[in-house]
Design a binder for this molecule. Structure first.
Ligand code: SF4
Ligand code: SF4
Length: 158
């Protein structure tokens, strides 16, 4: 199974570095619209949370692709094959997390590939809010992150 990105929302300072480095890594541009990371700001709770590809077990993006351009590789990562892609953008619409981007200039779609092991979002996050973990640890860490987010929301909503 693929390694996974997890976020500690309490460490996120909303600098949006993760968005920018992702777009630069994959599109050679510092442009959040071309990023496969989206930082959501929950104003009422005063919390920001970067959302990245979960390499879903039942990946809508791969399921809807009419040409088989999105496939899980041996490492468990859903990868995008530009040679097979007809740029119908069904995957962009299908991802519930909005994690596939489309470049108008390049007429191409881009998906998180965990940077072939380098994971720039995690490496460049100045506060260490993003980590890469093995799937065996993933459930526990995701639960921990969800619990932290819930506690933080409850704290500011009280
Ligand atoms: S791009 Fe979206 S649907 Fe596809 S694996 Fe990632 S999170 Fe899941
Ligand atoms: S844009 Fe490409 S990868 Fe996405 S669903 Fe269409 S053919 Fe598949």
């Amino acid at each position: 199974m693929a390694k996974q990105l997890v976020v500690d929302p309490k460490k996120c300072v909303s600098c949006r570095t993760c968005e920018l480095v992702c777009s630069f890594k994959h599109n050679e541009e510092f442009n959040p619209r071309l990023s496969n990371v989206t930082v959501f700001h929950y104003e009422d709770a005063a919390i920001t949370v970067p959302i990245m590809c979960m390499q879903c077990d039942e990946a809508c993006c791969a399921a809807i692709c009419p040409t088989g351009a999105l496939k899980r590789n041996a490492d468990g990562v859903i990868t995008h094959n530009a040679d097979k892609c007809i740029v119908c953008k069904m995957c962009v619409s299908a991802c519930p997390l909005g994690n596939i981007s489309y470049s108008v200039a390049k007429k191409k779609v881009f998906k998180c590939d965990l940077c072939d092991g380098e994971t720039w979002c995690a490496v460049h996050c100045p506060t260490g809010a993003i980590s890469v973990i093995d799937p065996d640890e993933a459930l526990d860490k995701k639960k921990l992150a969800a619990d932290k987010l819930k506690a933080a929301v409850e704290e500011v909503s009280a």
